[in-house]
Design a protein around this ligand. Structure first.
Ligand code: SAM
Ligand code: DTB
Ligand code: SF4
Length: 367
């Protein structure tokens, strides 16, 4: 039962969302317990491997180059520094690493080759690897899959109707195509949205309807509360009440009984009691670590304290799917072989220069 048969229409979902809160939470908690171990919560760490300078105009995003935020554009991280961060995240109990890049789309260049190496390296650490790199085509999805990618995150963000109020530089259809490309390559799909962007409740339910209409809904659905960042067009959005977050989590849980529902951005504004109700209502994953991509997240120790109080335990890696096999990547291997050959040539040329006796210059008299 990948989607709930009782809530397949927008009207039914809307009615569900608007139910008396405790009835909604109770129903969600019941569904959750039928399909998941309610004590287990997945801890996923986010890492911004390429920050800022993005060409898109997503109204919520501090990484869009056109908005004047505190986020500066940076180069892509090195593979070694990513692996170091991955090891730290694993030591702190994270079973998944989600690497984000502020790209409109994946390009077939050296930076993508580096991402392939990062995916291979993190998969070798026995962590679930997720990437969120913007739009990608089928070939790029296959390369990522062969590198050992477990999941691809690509959010629809909101309903089809509200989408144009949020983003103008790409279409809803583009997002759906990328999700399809990930799916076709055999990658687990992570896709969700943001609430608190000025949308109506109908748009929140409209987002869920977009997933209802898919042949296979996402394996994980992140629910974010807008982090209103100064300099973005949404800087003045009033923070949503945590009750709305609880309603959205509960409705998502009931509509998609088997999916992982991730309580994502916005936890710094929630109380522990508010988060507890989200776990009760079926949230089965969080982003762990004191930073999301560019904005703060609760401290690691705070989350560990919350887990202890609520009796939650971190979920092990690959509980919901086998570890992908890392296969050789021809493009990456060819580039590395070329670089190695070039390095050898340079070394030989340098040795030649060093072994060369410079001609003695004798100066006659003084100038
Ligand atoms: N550039 C890629 C893309 O847009 O698909 C990947 C990175 S992008 C930052 C990933 C997701 O982060 C967005 O789709 C959005 O849902 C979420 N996000 C970005 N800024 C946010 C904010 N201020 N508050 C809440 N969620 C946000
Ligand atoms: C998702 O749904 N939320 C994450 C992750 N997927 C990539 C991103 C949240 C970003 C919040 C704003 C920031 O830190 O820049
Ligand atoms: Fe760029 Fe992604 Fe931010 Fe949109 S959400 S501006 S695509 S980084």
């Amino acid at each position: 039962m990948k989607v709930s048969q009782d809530y397949r229409t927008k009207e039914a979902l809307l009615e569900l969302y608007n139910k008396p809160l405790l009835e909604l939470v109770f129903e969600a908690a019941t569904v959750h317990r039928l399909h998941h171990d309610p004590r287990e919560v997945q801890m996923s760490s986010l890492l911004s491997i390429k920050t800022g300078g993005c060409a898109e105009d997503c109204g919520y995003c501090p990484q869009a180059a056109r908005y004047h935020t505190d986020v500066d554009a940076q180069k892509i991280m090195t593979v070694e520094s990513v692996l170091e961060q991955a090891r730290n995240a694993k030591e702190n109990g994270s079973s998944r690493l989600c690497m984000g890049a502020a790209w409109r789309e994946v390009r077939d260049n050296k930076d993508f080759d580096s991402v392939i190496e990062m995916v291979q390296g993190v998969n070798d650490l026995d962590m679930e690897v997720c990437c969120t790199l913007g739009m990608m085509n089928e070939d790029q999805a296959v390369r990522l899959k062969n590198a050992g990618l477990f999941a691809y995150n690509h959010n629809l963000d909101t309903s089809k109707d509200y989408y144009d109020d949020v983003i103008s530089t790409r279409e809803y259809e583009d997002r759906l195509n990328t999700i399809d490309n990930a799916r076709k390559a055999g990658i687990s799909v992570c896709s969700g949205g943001i609430i608190g962007m000025g949308e109506a409740v109908e748009d929140r339910v409209g987002l869920l309807m977009s997933y209802m209409e898919m042949d296979t809904p996402p394996e994980s659905i992140p629910i974010n509360a807008l982090v209103a960042v100064e300099g973005t067009p949404m800087e003045d959005q009033k923070p949503i009440e945590q009750w709305e977050m609880i309603r959205m989590v509960a409705t998502t849980r009931i509509a998609f009984p088997q999916s992982v529902v991730r309580l994502s951005a916005g936890r710094t504004k929630m109380s522990m009691e508010g988060q507890a109700l989200c776990f009760m209502a079926g949230a089965s994953s969080i982003f762990a670590g004191d930073k999301l991509l560019t904005t703060p997240n609760p401290e690691y120790n705070e989350d560990m304290e919350m887990f202890k109080i609520l009796g939650l335990t971190p979920k092990a890696a690959f509980s919901d799917g086998d570890k992908p096999e890392t296969k050789p990547d021809e493009i990456l291997d060819a580039r590395k072989a070329k670089e190695a050959a070039r390095a050898l040539e340079l070394k030989a040329a340098r040795a030649k220069v060093e072994g060369f006796e410079p001609r003695k210059v004798t100066t006659v008299g003084s100038l």
